[in-house]
Design a protein around this ligand. Sequence first.
Ligand SMILES: [Zn+2]
Length: 236
Amino acid sequence: MHPWTQALLALQECDARIAKIEARLAAVPAEQAAVQQELTAADAAFAAAKDQVREAEKAVKAVELEVESVRIKMRDFQSKSAMIKNNDDYRAAMHQAETCKHQVSQLEDRVLEQMGAVEAAKIKRAADERKLTEAKQRVLAKAGDIEAATAAATRELERLRQERVPLAAAIDAPVRERYERIWKKRRHPNERAFVPVRNGACGACNMNLPTQTKVNVAKGKEAVCDTCSRLLYAED
Ligand SMILES: [Zn+2]
């Protein structure tokens, strides 16, 4: 293997590691958003549970008010009946008072039912509050992990960028610039701009190479694949 080939391969490996870390860092905002999303969902669930308790309590109050108004009506009929002399009117008033009593009893059953709904809503609210507290703890821990990993990746990226300087300096400018142009277009941890010739074909796109290209590669000259434009080298 020609010395420049080895030097360019070393630069390429460094660039691939840089791209890998860059990809990891690029994924950080999405990770943070996912963590935030978990908290937002738990927050919304707790708010909804609180609303439900309030609604259930309001329903109890409404029925209680209804009970009160029917009771007033009932007392009204009872007091009126005491002053009625006519038998038919007396019976009618007593009947209405009786109807009110029946209504009160039904409404009181409804109050009990609604109070049961309030209790159920409170249990759900307590559970959702617990979930929110747990989510907050998880989110805090995850955010810390992400921050630490990001800081480590940033340091590693800085180190690799420094490591790259002498690796790049070791390669003749025309070859390096050509390589960098190709790499810029394909920048990805699993991509390579400088690829081996395998069985007379480009090691990346697998297209057969012209004889002249193969001769140039064998001689250690700069050569590119006509199909994918990657730089080529001969494997030992
Ligand atoms: Zn190719």
